[in-house]
Design a protein around this ligand. Structure first.
Ligand code: AMP
Length: 500
């Protein structure tokens, strides 16, 4: 495929390669993940959750919500946008109680649609309950069909709602037993916090695709996707919740169990590459340290003579530093990121090309002109960001550009919660490394091999999911299941206004 064909493909995407039914979260944009947070037993639960979500904002910028329980009664506030947009003091004050859960969301179907913003809250025969979920359930379509065939009415298009329906139908004798029964036939990725009026249950799927932490603040317990969210409230890091572990927090304290059949964990290596914050520890290691190691490995694997090492900020900063340390080539901040790009900015209608990337990233001219540059990015997905940045560096006088990627080629989609586009839009699915080099217009291009990536983590290869790099998925994927394409899901425009 040549450059013109690829550009045309990016402008006119073909139908989905994997038959994710229309109406489920299947648009073609690359998005971040989700983040979850929970507090049990603190009078300022809602404020703590707000701060926790603030720290997890990088995991989802499209919607946020908090649900708290006050003497058994749940109250919620959810909205579309960044945490600081959704929660003004008077709105936070309405969410009362000493226990609660919160969520930041990455993906919305179609327009920003409040009905998909989590935590999802429902009333059922035993009271009220709410769920905040990070990950993707691969058999959600089948489970939803089964439930709809029995008359279930769904309020959202998220896979997470299936969990609530299954809890409500479960005949377990405690809330935790109902949750365990509900999760038993659920396949795929979940780091989830679920609450009723009395307790919080946190669970991580047996493969442990997504991170989840248990923390403690004075006498209260905290659940968080990443440690950066424990740090912001000065909570003690108790431990990572283990793959397959279910933790119940209630007035009797913390109770933990491993009710599912054990499997070899398959933690998502892309959490280390891109998703998690560098100041977090996940899967037993510091994200910052692992990313620096990736840069060091990359410098050993693909050395080059150059004047300066630069990152595509911010996610690639540690890997670029690692490359600079290992190679001895000085690091420079050649590209500056604007951190204040909100959801809505006024874009010129015509005449300014590449505006999208320029609003976020701008090169510092003196650092670039006449230089032989090693440019480090953490990943290439569709190749659009890289192509634009490289054009800008060239127009500012870069003499040579040696592009180094601190991950292997992404050749297939993620089914467990990283929203990569369908394979036909992944540049490395369509082109060889040499073709990509020519398409991007760089002197040299190198990716980090899988073995070097794993070595950078300090972990064992069999403990990671590498499916997007090697097609080796630990579970069945949605395309393996027969399920109905949802018909004409309604869109409620009024709920968008509520989110403002
Ligand atoms: P692309 O332009 O599609 O090739 O995207 C590559 C850029 O997006 C890189 O600079 C990455 O840091 C960043 N990136 C990688 N994965 C994701 C993701 N899941 N969500 C958002 N951005 C991503």
């Amino acid at each position: 495929m040549d450059a013109a064909q690829l550009d045309a493909l990016i402008d006119n995407p073909p139908p989905q390669y994997f038959p994710r039914p229309q109406g489920w979260d299947d648009d073609d944009q690359v998005r971040d993940e989700c983040g979850v947070f929970g507090v049990y037993g603190h009078p300022e639960a809602a404020r703590l959750i707000y701060l926790g979500l603030y720290s997890l904002q990088h995991r989802g910028q499209e919607g946020a919500g908090i649900v708290c329980a006050d003497e058994g009664a749940l109250s919620a506030h959810r909205g579309v946008g960044l945490v600081s947009d959704v929660f003004k003091p008077h709105k936070l004050a309405r969410v009362k109680g000493a226990q609660g859960i919160g969520h930041v969301r990455y993906s919305t179907f179609g327009n920003n649609n409040l009905k998909n913003v989590q935590p999802l809250v429902v009333d059922y025969r035993s009271g009220s309950m709410a769920v905040a979920h990070n990950g993707n359930l691969v058999n959600a379509g089948v489970l939803r069909d089964e439930l709809e065939d029995k008359g279930a009415i769904f309020q959202s298009t998220t896979d997470s709602e299936v969990i609530l329906h299954r809890i409500s139908r479960s005949d377990g004798s405690t809330f935790t037993e109902c949750v365990i029964e509900a999760l038993r036939d659920v396949m795929g990725a979940y780091s989830v916090v679920i609450m009723d009026g009395d307790e919080i249950v946190a669970a991580r799927d047996p493969y442990g695709f997504r991170p989840l932490w248990l923390g403690k603040l004075d006498d209260s317990y905290i659940i968080a996707s990443e440690t950066c969210a424990l740090d912001i409230i000065d909570a003690e890091r108790v431990r990572e919740i283990a793959p397959g572990e279910v933790v119940t927090i209630n007035r009797n304290g913390v109770h933990t169990q491993r009710p599912f059949d054990p499997v070899v964990p398959k933690q998502c290596i892309f959490e280390y590459i891109y998703v998690s914050r560098p100041d977090s520890d996940i899967f037993g290691a510091s994200v910052d340290e692992v990313r620096k190691n990736m840069g060091r490995e990359l410098a050993r694997h693909a050395p080059v003579e150059a004047d300066v090492v630069m990152a595509v900020p911010d996610s690639s900063n540690p890997a670029a530093l690692g490359y600079a340390h290992e190679s001895g080539i000085p690091f420079d901040m050649g590209i500056i990121r604007n951190h204040y790009v909100g959801r809505t900015f006024i874009e010129p209608e015509q005449g300014i090309r590449d505006f999208g990337v320029k609003i976020k990233l701008n090169p510092s001219r003196s650092a670039i002109a006449g230089k032989r540059i090693v440019l480090v990015d953490d990943s290439i997905v569709r190749g659009t960001t890289a192509r634009k940045i490289i054009k800008i560096l060239r127009s500012h006088g870069a003499k040579e550009i040696h592009f180094r990627i601190s991950s292997p080629q992404i050749v297939n989609s993620c089914h467990y919660g990283i929203d990569t586009p369908n394979p036909s839009r992944l540049i490395a699915h369509n082109m060889t490394v040499d073709e990509i080099r020519d398409y991007l217009g760089v002197e040299t291009l190198s990716y980090l091999p899988i073995d070097a990536l794993v070595a950078a983590t300090g972990g064992a290869r069999e403990h990671f999911c590498l499916g997007c790099f090697n097609n080796d998925y630990p579970t069945q994927v949605p395309g393996d299941f027969q399920f109905r394409a949802p018909h004409n899901r309604h869109v409620d425009h009024s709920t968008e206004l509520l989110g403002q």
